[in-house]
Design a protein around this ligand. Structure first.
Ligand code: ADP
Length: 226
């Protein structure tokens, strides 16, 4: 379980990014976080990964305060939370296979595991045919599917997708959302930030709406109407 307990964040330049946020996210939930630019969505995600420290309040992952973890436990936490970004963040000089293998090597996985799991995870995102291509040979939608495969290959408990469809056309956006739903159906918690009203309305899942650092709405089967 993820628990934000009265979390506030004021950056050194006095920007108030989060203001007294209390939310709970249960295992296997699919949660969308919406809100205008500057609402605090990215800061919230950074807090979960302990990339930023709260000014007040505490953030818990499975009952442990993420800001009190040892370096080893923090690395472990970050392996449990797969990340996907709007700009894909693939390594340009590596093939699709190598991009995914690299993440597995960093997690200490064996060559045999890598050879077995990379094709498997590419099947999951329907991209097995592109295993030897480089990122510049892929469409935006395909790049994002590689990024999702990479985020999943170490079997995280949670997948965090920060505006994953921000650079994609409607058809690719639809495909990415279907993949996220499938991943969630398999039991992975999904946390999605998006500006895309269509996605939220079609998902029919929990929506947390933020504005100016505050949660202004938290609906179990929300629609986007901020
Ligand atoms: P969102 O992801 O919803 O666009 P952010 O979390 O990026 O929102 O930003 C929330 C607020 O915090 C904004 O006012 C932004 O300018 C400010 N902010 C974000 N990161 C920093 C930073 N590193 N230093 C100072 N202010 C920041």
């Amino acid at each position: 379980m993820i628990f934000f307990d009265r979390v506030s964040k004021v950056y050194p330049d006095d920007s108030v990014a989060l203001s007294d946020i209390t939310i709970t996210i249960e295992p296997k939930e699919f949660v969308s976080i919406v809100g205008p630019s500057g609402a605090g969505k990215t800061t919230l995600l950074k807090m979960l990964l302990a990339e930023e420290y709260p000014t007040e309040g505490e953030v818990f992952y499975e009952s442990k305060n993420v800001h009190d973890l040892s370096k080893k436990d923090l690395n472990e936490l970050r392996r449990k939370i797969g990340m996907v970004f709007q700009d894909f963040r693939l390594i340009p000089g590596k093939t699709v296979y190598e991009n995914i293998a690299f993440t597995m090597e960093a997690a200490g996985r064996s060559d045999a595991e890598i050879e077995q799991d990379v094709p498997h995870v590419l099947e999951l995102v329907d991209l097995a045919s592109k295993v030897w291509n480089f990122p510049h040979e892929l469409s935006g939608g395909e790049k994002q599917r590689v990024a999702i495969a990479r985020a999943l290959v170490n079997q995280p408990d949670v997948l965090v997708a920060d505006e994953p469809t921000g650079n994609l056309d409607p058809v690719n956006t639809y495909d990415i959302v279907q993949i996220l739903k499938k991943i969630n159906d398999f039991g992975t918690t999904v946390i999605l930030t998006t500006h895309n009203k269509g996605i939220i309305d079609s998902l029919g899942k929990r929506v947390i709406a933020m504005d100016k650092g505050k949660v202004v709405r938290d609906d179990k089967e929300g629609k986007y109407f901020i």
